[in-house]
Design a protein around this ligand. Structure first.
Ligand code: SF4
Ligand code: SF4
Ligand code: SF4
Length: 601
């Protein structure tokens, strides 16, 4: 039987057998309230708020776990159901401190909303007022056990979505509390501060420290965008109020991450304490002075025009948008500049391979990770790997460096033994090869022998590396030859950058496009202020070749401009105008990526 017919509140609905009453009701347009249930988590039927009457059943049933059957008749709003829901809510409100006016989540709380919906306007039972602890040991968000309703969403999120298994329930009865590891303060536990538990918590029990009391959901604007902190390109929702970014959430509808974010994507970028470059700067009289955009761009353009093409060097961060990289590539071609380099490393090119998507990780029975450490560098990819391992996939790690995936691995090899790892992977039915910049050229041929049997995902160390390489912006940069240097530095951290200031001659003229002050901007002759992730629009290409939109949520700080606009203005000064609109430039960049076999629909 491919479909069953059930009647919910006198509405007939056809659904697949095994569908829960909750899902069937949703298809019929009927809203059954829930608390412990969440679209991204397995249902548990713990809170009993979703109880319904099923004809022929002696007791009320939890709609989130009860499957429908042919001819079933269900009432979701009968007096009996409403009475039971009110009882459940009365007990939850009485269990802990739910004095809503003093709670960070007031106005955004699912429990409070249900209180209004069912007319809970007083405490039906004596409240249990013994204070529970508040754990503020994590840097970015706090846990207030007084607001916890023990719904278990956070525990399931940590287990099922992140694969981190930090959380559990400890003690019993009124002493029950969500705990980390074996009763460890959260900040000292195995928690990796991804904030997934924060995002699923229905009450004010887990809350963000930075944006507390600064704006309810209805008071904020929400802009869907793409995280530009690593090459995974997770879908995000940026919440703003009064022109300020309050917080960032994972987008449950995003194909890439389905709501998940990591610590750097959710929190760290909002806590960046570096000093911004706010206005264009030009070295005059021995120091950097604030000047107009025209003056700064003219100084750079004049110097470029005076130089031979061989004396001009270009260094690019792969954090830049497709549009900026495409325009910079076109400009360097026109100027016949060939000394071009990327600031970030690049995974080696493997030929004849099938490029996989992140969703393929879940299908692998062997995951072979070579020279890549997603736990540190592309954390959401590591969540997918942990989930696959939880479901029985074998993880083989090949790396000479310390690798945070090793603790999950069935086997670990050094790079000289990559052949042994490949032999094991070759015997599996579905192998997913994840590789990074630490794959040496000696291992490339060995990995390529898996081309018929595996899908490959290159975890590039830079955000938009695939586009930068496709546009020819990695050409073997030689700093010693440079007399005029243009660096599209963007938001890069200075530490660990492959820019050797010592190798650039003291007389070289250096222009830096940067969002933040760093030793590089201190050395520069011209500094052009660049908009950061929340202030720019354009597109980025992720590790799968997916081209995704980034959208400005707030205005740029000071006189900063988006990367593509800066390149466009400079091109204009050099007499090489890009006449098309930004959208047209986007289309051109995407066409070029398609031509290079990079773009995935
Ligand atoms: S922040 Fe992430 S790792 Fe830490 S407890 Fe929450 S879900 Fe688990
Ligand atoms: S902390 Fe939040 S998500 Fe976790 S059990 Fe308590 S109320 Fe539920
Ligand atoms: S994995 Fe990368 S793209 Fe995703 S949230 Fe973290 S930093 Fe952002």
């Amino acid at each position: 039987m491919s479909q069953v017919i059930v009647t919910i509140d006198n509405i007939e609905v056809k659904v697949r057998p095994g569908t829960t009453i909750l899902a069937a009701a949703k298809e019929a347009g009927i809203d059954i309230p829930t608390l412990c249930n969440h679209r991204a988590l397995s249902p548990t039927g713990a809170c009993r708020v979703c109880v319904v009457e099923v004809e022929g059943q002696r007791t009320l049933q939890a709609a989130c776990v009860f499957p429908v059957a042919e001819g079933m008749k269900i009432k979701t709003d009968s007096d009996r159901v409403v009475k039971a829901r009110k009882l459940v809510l009365d007990m939850i409100f009485a269990e802990r401190n739910h004095f809503c006016p003093f709670c960070e989540a007031s106005g955004d709380c699912e429990l409070q909303n249900l209180g209004y919906r069912y007319g809970i306007d007083h405490w039906a039972y004596e409240t249990y007022l013994k204070p529970y602890p508040i754990d503020a040991t994590r840097q970015f968000f706090l846990m207030d056990h007084n607001r916890c309703i023990l719904c278990g969403r956070c525990i399931r999120a940590c287990d099922e979505l992140v694969g981190n298994h930090t959380l559990g329930l400890r003690q019993r009865g009124t002493r029950s509390m969500v705990g980390a590891d074996t009763d460890t303060p959260f900040g000292e536990s195995t928690c990796i501060s991804c904030g997934t538990c924060l995002q699923v918590c229905p009450t004010g029990a887990i809350f963000d420290g930075r944006s507390s009391y600064m704006g309810r959901e209805v008071q904020t604007e929400h802009i869907k965008s793409t995280c530009s902190q690593c090459s995974i390109g997770c879908g995000i929702e940026i919440a703003t109020r009064g022109g300020n970014v309050l917080r960032v959430k994972g987008d449950w509808d995003a194909e890439v991450n389905k709501g998940l974010l990591c610590k750097k994507g959710r929190f760290e970028k909002l806590h960046d304490g570096r000093k911004r470059v706010e206005v264009p700067l030009l070295r005059q009289g021995g120091g950097l002075q604030a000047v107009s955009w025209d003056q700064a761009l003219k100084a750079t353009a004049e110097r470029v025009k005076e130089s031979d093409a061989e004396g001009v060097g270009v260094l690019t961060s792969s954090n830049a948008t497709n549009e900026a990289l495409y325009m910079l590539s076109a400009l360097t071609r026109e100027m016949k500049v060939t000394n071009i380099g990327l600031l970030n490393g690049v995974s080696p090119g493997l030929s004849g391979i099938r490029r996989g998507a992140l969703a393929d990780i879940a299908k692998g029975d062997v995951i072979l990770a070579v020279g890549a450490d997603p736990v540190r560098n592309q954390p959401v990819a590591s969540f997918l790997i942990k989930r696959a391992v939880d479901k029985g996939a074998r993880l083989i790690v090949v790396d000479d460096a310390d690798n945070d995936l090793s603790c999950l691995a069935t086997m670990k090899f050094g790079v000289p033994d990559v052949g042994r790892a490949v032999d094991v992977a070759a015997r599996a039915e579905n192998t997913v090869v994840i590789y990074g910049e630490r794959v040496p050229s000696s291992a490339v041929g060995t990995l390529e022998t898996l081309r018929q049997r595996a899908v490959f995902i290159a975890l590039e160390p830079g955000v938009n590396t695939q586009a930068a390489v496709a546009f020819g912006l990695k050409n073997g940069f030689k700093s010693s030859a440079v007399k005029t240097l243009f660096v599209l530095f963007g938001e890069e951290q200075w530490d660990g950058m492959d820019v050797k200031l010592g190798e650039i001659g003291e007389d070289a003229f250096v222009t830096v496009v940067s969002s933040y002050i760093s030793p590089l901007t201190d050395r520069a002759d011209v500094v052009l202020p660049m908009a950061i992730w929340s202030e720019r629009s354009g597109t980025l290409t992720n590790v799968e070749g997916r081209v995704q939109k980034v959208r400005a949520a707030v205005y740029p700080e000071g006189e900063a401009k988006p990367d593509w606009e800066i390149i466009s203005l400079l091109a204009g000064m050099l007499g090489k105008k890009f006449d098309e609109s930004p959208d047209k430039i986007s289309d051109r960049a995407i066409e070029a990526l398609k031509g290079g076999g990079i773009h995935r629909e």
